[in-house]
Design a binder for this molecule. Structure first.
Ligand code: FAD
Length: 409
């Protein structure tokens, strides 16, 4: 029989390959990834990797022996350049063409940059190589400007401040992409400022001139906090880190004629619009029955869940019940855990409780618990997450139709 081919050897791709084998899929499993390293996990790249003496082996997902034992053929440092969903082949950059029975796209995403930016000049964090390039530059006394106060930007800002750099964060919207409650957002803003980070929200970067060691960043707009008009203000920096989100790697799918919109569109079983082709992880745009909308969920838990969903299907096994998406972040010595998704355009009623070491925010909509945040309160997090409302019906007019029936708990 023809092999199952998994494209992309990140969290989603690796998990899928192993889950396929564990589920008893008889075919050869071929995992093709374009990065040179053994597959690794990304969360430490913006956390412990930058401050601790964390070696590469500690971030590896599996040792090479585990791939051999599971009879998974890992082809690393190889890029798939073309997918033909009719002939069921993938072409590699080296010229080889491989046939598949099923193909799983786990191509992830890449760091977004501002228009005109040269990736070799500025820093961004997506890959192990990015982290290895940034780490030696985090030297006490250096001036670091971080563009974007999302989770990654804030994690790195916090680490850099702790290492003794002068850190400025410029954000045009809200902290953590507006995904946290206003309470948690305000508390983290205060924690960052207390740690010495200069944090400005409500400012847009309109120019970045210079080169490594000599950057000048110009902004526009009135900073929401601190209240000031920063039109035309300039910030000088030795290091520039751009952390304004990720773009899904959809090129292969798009060129193959697969439906894409902010990611590769999939149904609740991760099937794309092409027969025998699935998409999982950061590259997949799925209908979330928790948040009642289509979205890409960039989290390890989502990557693992979707990987196992596809593996179970291909092995003819039952698919696990959908659980609320979860995410975590570490900033200013605190661990933030989040679960669930709030509905768009519905008022949110936040209930804040203080715990021994942190706080918990329960997020209700129309009297129903939709999401939970917990800071340094892992037990409360687990308990409250269990109470999050069951998935909603997927049939909402605002969302693209599902290709197949959703799997309900
Ligand atoms: P990726 O990990 O991006 O893997 C995709 C792989 O496919 C890449 O190696 C890519 O090079 C490869 N590829 C792409 N195209 C091709 C091709 N044509 N041929 C061959 N290979 C290809 N999530 C959390 O839940 N908690 C956290 O604290 C957290 N922290 C994070 C910190 C950082 C710095 C980053 C970048 C992400 C973090 N995330 C976190 C998100 C989480 O890491 C991602 O959701 C997860 O890695 C997604 O896995 P993936 O396999 O879908 O994609």
């Amino acid at each position: 029989p023809l092999p199952v081919i998994v494209i992309g050897a990140g969290h989603a791709g690796v998990e899928c390959a192993f889950a396929l084998r564990q589920a008893g899929v008889p075919q050869d499993i071929l995992l093709i990834g374009d990065e040179p390293h053994l597959p690794y996990e990304r969360p430490p790249l913006s956390k412990a990797m930058l401050s601790d003496a964390l070696d590469i082996e500690r971030v590896q997902l599996k040792p090479m022996a585990a791939f051999d034992k599971a009879r998974i053929t890992l082809r690393r440092g190889e890029r798939v350049t073309r997918l033909d969903t009719v002939a069921r082949t993938v072409d590699l950059a080296g010229g080889e063409s491989l046939r598949y029975s099923e193909c799983i796209l786990a191509t992830g995403g890449r760091a977004r940059l501002l228009p005109g930016m040269d990736a070799a000049q500025v820093h961004a964090i997506r890959t192990l190589d990015d982290a290895l390039r940034l780490k030696p530059e985090l030297v006490p006394g250096q001036r670091l400007v971080v563009i974007g106060a999302g989770y990654l930007g804030l994690e790195i800002a916090s680490t850099a401040a702790k290492l003794g750099l002068h850190v400025t964060v410029l954000e045009n919207g809200r902290l953590m992409a507006g995904k946290a409650s206003p309470y948690t957002e305000a508390r983290f803003a205060a924690l960052h400022r207390d740690a010495g980070v200069e944090l400005f929200t409500g400012v847009s970067v309109v120019g970045c001139e210079g080169q490594p060691g000599q950057w000048r960043v110009t902004v526009n707009g009135g900073a929401a906090h601190p209240p000031a008009t920063l039109d035309g203000a300039q910030f000088d920096a030795d290091l520039l880190l751009v952390s304004i989100g990720a773009l899904p790697n959809t090129e292969l799918a798009e060129a193959a004629g697969i439906a894409c919109h902010d990611g590769i569109e999939v149904d609740a079983l991760c099937q794309t619009s092409a027969p025998g082709v699935y998409a999982i992880g950061d590259c997949a745009n799925a209908h979330s029955q928790h948040g009642q909308r289509r979205c890409r969920i960039e989290s390890v838990q989502n990557a693992l869940f979707q990987a196992r969903t596809v593996a179970a299907q291909l092995a003819g096994k039952p698919v696990a019940a959908l659980r609320p998406p979860t995410f975590w972040s570490e900033q200013c010595g605190k661990r933030l855990q989040m679960a669930g998704l709030v509905l768009l355009d519905a008022p949110i009623d936040d209930h804040v409780t203080h715990t021994d070491r942190g706080w918990v925010v329960e997020r209700f909509q129309h009297g129903v618990l939709r999401a939970v945040e917990a800071v340094d309160s892992p037990i409360d997090f687990v308990q409250k997450t269990r109470l999050i409302a069951a998935p909603l019906s997927a049939e909402t007019p605002a969302c693209a139709p599902l290709l197949t029936e959703p799997q309900h708990a």
